[in-house]
Design a protein around this ligand. Structure first.
Ligand code: APR
Length: 311
């Protein structure tokens, strides 16, 4: 079987971490692209030199042009500027629409059969941008948000109960950001509802910390945003696709009638396999969850309208 190939665009904090996690798991050869001269080459070479120690045969190359990316199975886009304290959502959107639109178009041209995973923020709007500019069928394009949001939620819950993170399963719906909808009813610890372990008011506090998870880290770092957990999350998605594992993960996927919505990329549980987003799973929502999801969808649609003006 031919070795798989992964392109990572953006060799910053998130991109370099994606390369490290993907290489360490021997998911395939990696091409790292960035506009900064020498940076993708240097970070790529550094990672390549780690492979004997890790005991993996992963070829990592860095480049400023896209030739090195040709024929990739997966394209992971992390290019863009990260959110800085005090930066408005519109400022971020204006800059990143141009960057993500351009890189999605260039990368898609050289790897026309690939599957694209977007990490750049504002996430849902960037997935929409990449979809428009790549011309890819919607099943082959998705955004990384839900895996990260649930990872944060799972971490806090496991820490609260003092139990293994492996035994905590959770589900988050909706857009990435303030309007995300953590579904506490679907959160289980070793098969037991989380309410058995954590009383409602405390769980609400954990939900709020999850919602503010990105901002908490921006506040601490001051000069950048989270990168380890986002990168690990995207690599988990890539692994499910590359190995056709068919994992059920929350991702920003295209809806075509599911959850009563059409033509929007937003966080929902989906099966990821060799075909990309192979199936969106519709779970039953109670009135309050439906209202929160509708609010989240409305916020994403507002951002999509801004993207449409800029493209
Ligand atoms: N083509 C390729 N790379 C680009 C381009 C472009 N047109 N424009 C910017 N970049 C690169 C930058 O040179 C930089 O190396 O994208 C990289 C971004 O890296 P960081 O500034 O370290 O940002 P990072 O923390 O990695 O976040 C990247 O992911 O989680 C999101 O909100 C985050 O949108 C942000 C993205």
């Amino acid at each position: 079987m031919a070795r798989k190939k992964i392109t990572v665009v953006g060799a910053g904090n998130v991109g370099a971490s994606v390369v490290a996690y993907a290489s360490a798991q021997e998911l395939g050869d990696v091409a790292l692209v960035d506009i900064l001269e020498g940076v993708p080459q240097g970070k790529g070479l550094d990672m390549f030199q780690a492979t004997p120690v890790l005991g993996v045969d992963t070829r990592v190359t860095g480049a400023n042009e896209y030739d090195a990316t040709a024929g990739s199975d997966i394209i992971i886009i992390t290019a863009g500027i990260p959110r800085k304290p005090g930066m408005s959502r519109s400022d971020l959107l204006n800059t990143n629409v141009k960057i993500v639109g351009e890189v999605a178009q260039k990368a898609a041209k050289l790897s026309p059969d690939s599957i694209m995973i977007i990490i750049s923020n504002p996430l849902d709007a960037m997935v929409y941008t990449a979809w428009k500019k790549s011309g890819f069928p919607p099943k082959r394009i998705m955004g990384m948000a839900g895996v990260l949001d649930t990872a944060r939620f799972r971490t806090f819950i496991a820490d609260e109960i003092q139990i293994s993170v492996e035994d905590v399963h959770a589900l988050v719906l909706g857009g990435h950001g303030d309007t995300m909808v953590p579904l506490t009813r679907y959160c289980f610890v070793g098969g037991i509802p989380v309410s058995h372990f954590i009383p409602g008011p405390r769980l609400e506090e954990i939900v709020q910390r999850t919602r503010d998870g990105g901002a908490e880290i921006v506040g601490l770092l001051k000069t950048g945003s989270a990168f380890s957990a986002p990168a690990a999350s995207a690599v988990q998605m890539a692994k499910s696709i590359l190995l056709d594992k068919k994992r059920l993960l929350p991702v920003a996927a295209h809806l075509d009638g599911e959850y009563g919505e059409k033509g929007i990329f937003v966080g929902v549980p989906a099966i990821l396999g060799a075909g990309g987003v192979e199936k969106v799973i519709e779970v039953e929502l109670i009135a309050e969850e439906k209202a929160a999801f509708a609010k989240s969808v409305a916020a994403v649609r507002e951002l999509m309208a801004e993207v449409d003006k800029l493209l």
